[in-house]
Design a protein around this ligand. Sequence first.
Ligand SMILES: [Mg+2]
Length: 182
Amino acid sequence: MLQIFYPHMYVPSVTEIDAKELQAIGIRNLLLDLDNTIVRRDREQFPPAVEQWLLALRQSDVNLCIVSNNGSGRVHRLADQLQVPCVVRAVKPLRRAFRLGMQRLDAVVANTAVVGDQIFTDILGGNLMGLFTILVVPMPGGEFLGTRLINRQLEKIILGRVTSLVSHSDKQYHLGKPRRFK
Ligand SMILES: [Mg+2]
């Protein structure tokens, strides 16, 4: 039952996600969460390591779309910096925004992954869609009070289990074999 909340991979940073590894399991498109996944919520600049990672992905022909619950102009400004499309006010985990993101990339469920730092929005929504899901450890930075008080507390229960299934020390980030929820 709790499996619907489990990601397929759990990485300490997006920069650990390797384009070749994605392509080996058929992933050609990434729907990327913004805040505290690829940029700190309190910053307007991507960390240099993340910028390099994003560039490497695009050079490997992995298509990117930002899907953010945030509705401010900030999302557009940051997406424009990367020259990638974005879906704002996504209301994740509702599926509509993921569908929109996939439309922008001409993607299908079988070749698309969701990347995000929150189980109850990014991972749950991606799993409900049957997408491959990748959870990242949140970047340090401010969070909405609601996220901190409610989601993060509930996440601790799931994370305890997820953490026991991966090893960050030897970079074994898959929770068992790559699998999908249908
Ligand atoms: Mg986030």
